[in-house]
Design a protein around this ligand. Structure first.
Ligand code: PLP
Ligand code: ZN
Length: 482
């Protein structure tokens, strides 16, 4: 039965968070045609899913972990909760989802003084969590193209790097009639992130400015021309990203009691999806308790933190002007998904009680050192993963966690994507506006054993012995007995 494609089909509709209007999901909308508000996608038949007891759902999803059906191997293991309108033939699977949760190394756990684990979402195919949403968005797009017999489809997105890497990868795999165009803020993505869409053959357009500038251009294009927008305004991406929550719950045998999920917040699509995912599990009695959610933002890009730092009832949202951040993938001053966060936090607190949602703010220095610290103890955290660890330390200091609460940190990308920042730290070459001063204890640099000139004077065995003996000295090796 784990190899059967699900029979259930939902009835999805876009629900506007601005004016409350609903629109059927047989068209690709980004924002509300009436009020320009952002959408969430709801299944009108969701209530029907409650006819199956929570325990039965657990069994269904657990059974599917054994599937050899490509369509169900990734995020669509949770088909009924994600996009139960696409057909098996539409589903694009490139190995996304099902990323490992790695318990923190014993030394790191001791240092931090709190049980913790990393979910390595950098082990997705394009090396970030964005693949979860992209797998869903592309599956839906294929479904639409097939239904409507569309000719050429140009997908377009603005990106802080990882969205475009992911979009370009999925577009390259799907091929005709889909072609990918990405807009990047010039000089504001890492070399690795630029290399990815280039390698996938996407049209890469660089724009002077920051992400927020690119986003405005993409919106203009999507409003007035025939393009498919793949930014997180695209609500199908949110559905795919909910799989993160489902996988976390499944890994802990559907028991989220005493657990806190830490999420770096940029455009706020990820935290939206994670809250939405846990709420769905709770509504279907697949979990009994919601986990705590703690958003983390850098003081260089912290509009969501600032909003929740105000007194309830008096909160007003204001975009911020960002300054350079090593958590570059989250360097966003005006998050597209803020209305979604606001709506979901209200629901999350209603169901889970006060204190179940928090946002903490951390400094750039803490973020980079969070990454260096985690990786020194065997993890593969990116800067945003470092931001989560910094956030955990902050939350602990602020007394937001219970003593034995398990902190689950989202390493949203692979460390290698952001490795240039590690290099800048080791070389002490951060421009002043990053406000990062390297500390000796975190620095690691290669040591030169022999100079090029010295090498020229040494031949064959002489060279081996000279280098060997210098290494003996550096390492303080003692001779073998006997
Ligand atoms: C996109 C991204 C983020 C921010 O996620 P949002 O959904 O924009 O809040 C964090 N880390 C990485 C690596 C990302 O690619
Ligand atoms: Zn509206």
């Amino acid at each position: 039965m784990h190899n059967e494609f699900p029979e259930y089909r939902g009835e999805l509709e876009y629900s506007c968070l601005g004016c409350g209007k609903k629109f059927p999901a047989d068209e690709l909308y980004y924002t509300c045609p009436d009020c320009k508000g952002v959408f969430l996608l709801n299944d009108k038949k969701f209530e029907n899913l409650k006819e199956i007891p929570g325990k039965k759902w657990q069994d269904i999803f657990d059974q599917r972990t054994r599937t050899k059906k490509n369509a169900l191997r990734g995020i669509f293991r949770f088909y009924e909760l994600i996009a139960p309108v696409v057909e098996e033939e539409d589903i694009v699977y490139l190995g996304e989802g099902n990323t490992p949760i790695i318990t923190s190394s014993p030394t790191l756990t001791k240092k931090i003084g709190q049980p913790l684990a990393y979910k390595n979402d950098g082990q997705n195919p394009s090396a970030s969590f964005k693949d979860r949403g992209m797998a869903c968005a592309f599956s839906y797009l294929k479904f639409l193209v097939r239904k409507k017999n569309w000719g050429q489809v140009l997908t377009i997105c603005a990106s802080t790097g990882d969205t475009s890497a992911s979009a370009a990868l999925y577009a390259a795999y799907v091929g005709d009639p889909i072609k990918s165009v990405v807009l990047l803020p010039q000089g504001k993505v890492t070399i690795q992130q630029l290399a990815q869409p280039l390698g996938s053959g996407a049209v890469v357009l660089e724009i002077p400015g920051v992400f927020d500038d690119c986003m405005k251009v993409v919106e203009y294009l999507a409003d007035n021309f025939r393009v498919a927008l793949l930014n997180s305004k695209n609500a199908w991406r949110i559905l795919g990203q909910e799989s993160y929550a489902y996988e976390v719950a499944q890994w802990y045998d559907w028991d989220m009691q005493g657990k806190a999920v830490f999420v770096p917040v940029g455009n706020a699509g990820n935290i939206t999806a994670i809250m939405s995912g846990f709420l769905k599990l709770k509504k279907l009695n697949i979990i009994d308790e919601l986990p705590r959610i703690i958003g983390v933002q850098s003081s260089h890009a912290d509009p969501v933190f600032k909003y929740y730092a105000q007194e309830p009832g008096k909160r007003r949202f204001a975009p911020v002007k960002v300054s350079p951040s090593v958590a570059q993938a989250a360097m966003i001053g005006n998050p597209v998904s803020f209305p979604r966060v606001k709506a979901l936090v209200e629901e999350y607190e209603r169901v889970g009680g006060p204190g179940i949602f928090n946002v903490v703010q951390v400094e750039e220095q803490e973020i980079i050192e969070g990454m260096l610290l985690a990786n020194r103890y065997g993890h593969i955290a990116c800067t945003q993963g470092g931001e989560c660890l910094a956030g955990l330390i902050r939350a602990k200091e602020a007394g937001l966690l219970d003593k034995d609460e398990l902190a689950i940190l989202d390493a949203t990308a692979h460390s290698l994507k952001f490795i240039g920042f590690q290099q800048m730290y080791f070389e002490d070459s951060f421009p002043p506006d990053y406000e990062i001063k390297p500390k000796k204890e975190f620095i690691n640099t290669p040591r030169q054993v022999l100079g090029e000139q010295e090498k020229k004077t040494l031949q064959g065995r002489e060279f081996t012995l000279e280098v060997g003996n210098r290494i003996v000295e550096i390492l303080g090796l003692s001779k073998k007995e006997g």
